[in-house]
Design a protein around this ligand. Structure first.
Ligand code: GLN
Ligand code: ZN
Length: 763
């Protein structure tokens, strides 16, 4: 028998699934980086963390939440925390005695050990560390972190609900190493640690525990719904345990919802923003569960339509045992508060809700469920007013932009026949076979960083800043000529970030001052907000590229970011399909390519490193996405003549599901990360009939190691087995901005020498 029973004290009505943790002013980033640098002691780091947790819980309690997520805090990442909790960090860090140093070594490596791999957390811009599971991995419970946070919370009188990555998601997202089978096959080995954890939680006085199972909204591993049913049946069968809430989010759990509802767990959280209400109504077993209804979007920045959300809550009220109101997922993915922004006009401010504002929305909705809409009349009025101004604000409804989109035909996304284009371009450009080039950025020198800081502090003006950046461009052009590259770039010194740089110049985007969100570890990003129709008031890059071109007789590539990547790394509007926003951005990029062409630029690269990132979580949704993504890219690149060479750059070597889309982009030249094997990458492309030119990265820029000419020649020889020399380009696998000057010079010199050797062998 479960000790959970059905006592009314166990209900809660108002919560969120998790919270940000970096600190409203990025306090955690500074403390952790200080600790790494030896400037901050472990005790002081711990104090910063404890203060941040206390502030967060206090804010949630003040907003009126009656169940508060604890252990949502992390020094680095929640998947890594879970691996540490299961004592399943990789053996290569086992020799590090101090637990905190061992943890950070697994996260970021040190002189002796390589870190865990990092990858994207579902379709968000957060990155988690991928636990490694081999046949010799054992699991043993190390509950110290979670118990310490619970103790801190209880000491403060907080109604703590520990949040822990569930066993199914933990294993589904882990990676098998040393020839082991998929980690999910280890479920029976991992469960005892979770059983033991439940016992500790009872000792700690915990009433509810939340197990996060977002893997259940994906098709990543076959059979997960049934497995989840079996797993939670066993967890629910533990005799001494708190009430269990299984949280699904980022989409619809599909058949997993019924599987979970038929187990003895007490609560299930469902994402009613991305998932559907009908799924809840279709599962009769929910009639005796607590359903935590995620009606406030936890991952975008828009104010909630409270009337609509209350309607959603009302429609499931009859089919569930108890109802709690929540965000759809953790608010980890949004900035802390709008209070930190002072450059917002009234309309824009009214449309937005960051984490703090979302807590108040959740509370208002819970209150309205209990006491009726009138009990929160002011909040509902405000929500209606915001919606009304969004409908009437001209910035969201630009007739010229709309008309242009309406008029798109297939001619606008089609260029001449690919092989013929390439011939014309080669003739015009006069390039040697196996042309050498780079991906765009060159090392961010201290002069660049100093100039940016001086501009921010007002110590230099815009003109002086530009002058300094031009000097950087001149240096980079001279360097490339000296190395002997064939197609040059300007080096991108003027760009803080490849998306923000464009967002700042386009109408329809707003750049926040303090809207920081965690990307991974201590790395935080400030995604721009796409709120309105997109227009390009003036050319964005033409002066920089033509300046670079004026310094050399070699061709200089224009360098742009593609529409899908701009969308993927921004907060996007929720009042129209993504495809429409993509096409609006595509037109702005298209106008830029046309202006570059007019200015005499013969090669233009449109980067789409995020093409795969936006891929939907469910297989059924993928084709439609790839279709509009390809259309948007082609719309942005098909406005130029066939003689203008369009390049694109993609940042991953595991194409899998996007391989066909890469071919469909129809770029003249595609540079792509090819870390695994050049043959494989090129064979994959050949299989889908790709016959345009391609530059498989010949060395890995993510490592400081300088590749020798011999190994680059081998890579090129391998590549030449898959594609003929006419189609092959020679380049590194990504931009060089994170690298040091010395290594870049050596690496590129070797790359150019290797290309030269291979050319000689061709004739
Ligand atoms: N052109 C960009 C650069 O070189 C591309 C960056 C990327 O692939 N993420 O920095
Ligand atoms: Zn890249």
């Amino acid at each position: 028998m479960s000790t959970s029973g059905k006592s009314p004290a166990r209900r809660f009505t108002t919560t969120v699934l998790g919270t940000p943790r970096i600190g409203p002013r990025r306090e955690l980033k500074r403390a952790v980086e200080g600790y790494w640098a030896g400037r901050v002691s472990a005790t002081d780091l711990d104090k910063v963390a404890a203060d941040l947790r206390r502030q967060t819980w206090q804010e949630l309690a003040d907003a009126g939440l009656d169940s508060i997520p604890v252990n949502a805090f992390s020094y680095y990442d929640q998947m890594l925390d879970t691996a540490a909790m299961l004592d399943a960090l990789p053996p290569r860090v086992a020799g590090i005695d101090d637990p905190l140093d061992r943890y950070f070594a697994a996260a970021r490596g040190n002189a002796d050990v390589t870190p865990l791999e990092m990858t994207k957390w579902f379709d968000t811009n957060y990155h988690y560390l991928v636990p490694e599971i081999s046949d010799s991995t054992t699991f043993r419970l190390r509950p110290e972190k979670v118990l310490a946070e619970i103790a801190q919370a209880h000491g403060l009188g907080v109604a703590a609900r520990p949040v822990i990555v569930g066993p199914v998601t933990f294993l589904a997202l882990a990676k098998a190493v040393d020839g082991a089978a998929h980690p999910i096959t280890r479920i029976d080995d991992v469960l005892p640690a979770y059983f033991e954890l439940l016992d500790h939680l009872v000792d700690a006085g915990v009433e509810w525990v939340q197990f996060d199972e977002p893997a259940l909204v994906t098709d990543a591993v076959e059979g997960l719904p049934q497995l989840a049913g079996a797993v939670y049946q066993r967890l629910a069968g533990v005799s001494r345990r708190p009430a269990i809430l299984v949280a699904t989010y980022f989409g619809d759990p599909g058949s997993a919802l019924g599987e979970l509802a038929r187990t003895g767990v007490e609560g299930i959280a469902v994402d009613l923003v991305e998932g559907s209400v009908d799924s809840v109504a279709a599962v009769p077993e929910l009639a005796d569960k607590l359903v935590v209804a995620g009606v406030v979007n936890g991952r975008n920045i828009w104010r909630t339509d409270l009337d609509k959300a209350l309607g959603t809550l009302g429609s499931i009220l009859g089919s569930v045992g108890n109802l709690a109101v929540s965000t759809s997922c953790s608010t980890l993915h949004v900035p802390y508060t709008l209070d930190a922004e002072d450059a917002l006009d009234d309309n824009l401010r009214g449309w937005l809700a960051f984490a703090s504002e979302k807590y108040r929305e959740v509370a208002a909705l819970a209150h309205a469920v209990r006491d009726g809409r009138d009990s929160e009349a002011a909040a509902f009025d405000e929500s209606r007013r915001a919606l009304a101004t969004r409908e009437t604000d001209d910035r969201l409804h630009d007739p010229a932009v709309r008309a242009r989109l309406e008029a798109v035909t297939s001619a606008d996304i089609t260029r001449g026949e690919a092989a013929a284009r390439l011939e014309q371009q080669y003739e015009q450009l006069g390039l040697p076979p196996l042309p050498t080039t780079t991906i765009g950025s060159y090392p961010q020198t201290s002069a660049i960083r100093l100039a940016r800081a001086a501009l921010r502090k007002g110590e230099i003006d815009e003109a002086e800043y530009e002058r300094r950046m031009q000097a950087e461009v001149a240096d980079v052009v001279a360097l490339q000529e000296k190395i002997g590259l064939d197609v040059l770039v300007h080096g991108e010194p003027e760009r803080n970030d490849m998306v923000q740089y464009f967002a700042e110049q386009l109408d329809g985007f707003f750049a926040t001052q303090n809207g920081w969100v965690q990307s991974y570890g201590t790395r935080c990003v400030r995604p721009p907000i796409l709120y309105g129709d997109v227009r390009r008031p003036t050319p964005m890059t033409v002066d920089w590229i033509t300046y670079a071109q004026s310094l050399t007789a070699k061709p200089v590539k224009g360098m742009l970011t593609g529409p899908v990547t701009i969308l993927a790394w921004s907060f996007v509007r929720d009042d129209q399909p993504l495809s429409e926003s993509a096409n609006q951005i595509a037109f702005a990029i298209r106008d830029e390519t046309v202006d570059l062409e007019k200015a005499g630029v013969g090669i233009i690269q449109v980067d789409e490193p995020a093409l795969r990132e936006l891929l939907p979580l469910r297989d059924a949704d993928k084709p439609a996405y790839l279709d509009w993504a390809v259309t948007a890219f082609r719309l942005s690149t098909s406005g130029v003549a066939d003689t203008t060479q369009v390049h694109t750059h993609l940042c991953y070597s595991e194409f899998g599901e996007v391989i066909g889309a890469i071919a469909a982009l129809d770029a003249d030249v595609t540079s792509i990360e090819a870390a695994r094997s050049h043959m494989e990458v090129l064979d994959d492309l050949n299989k889908v009939g790709f016959s345009n030119a391609v530059g498989p990265g010949v060395y890995d820029i993510h490592s400081p190691r300088v590749p020798g000419t011999g190994e680059i020649e081998e890579s090129l020889a391998a590549a030449l087995k898959a594609v003929d020399a006419r189609r092959l380009w020679v380049n590194p696998d990504c931009g060089l901005k994170t690298r040091g000057n010395e290594e870049v010079i050596e690496s590129l010199t070797n790359m150019v020498a290797a290309a030269q050797t291979m050319r000689e062998q061709l004739v």
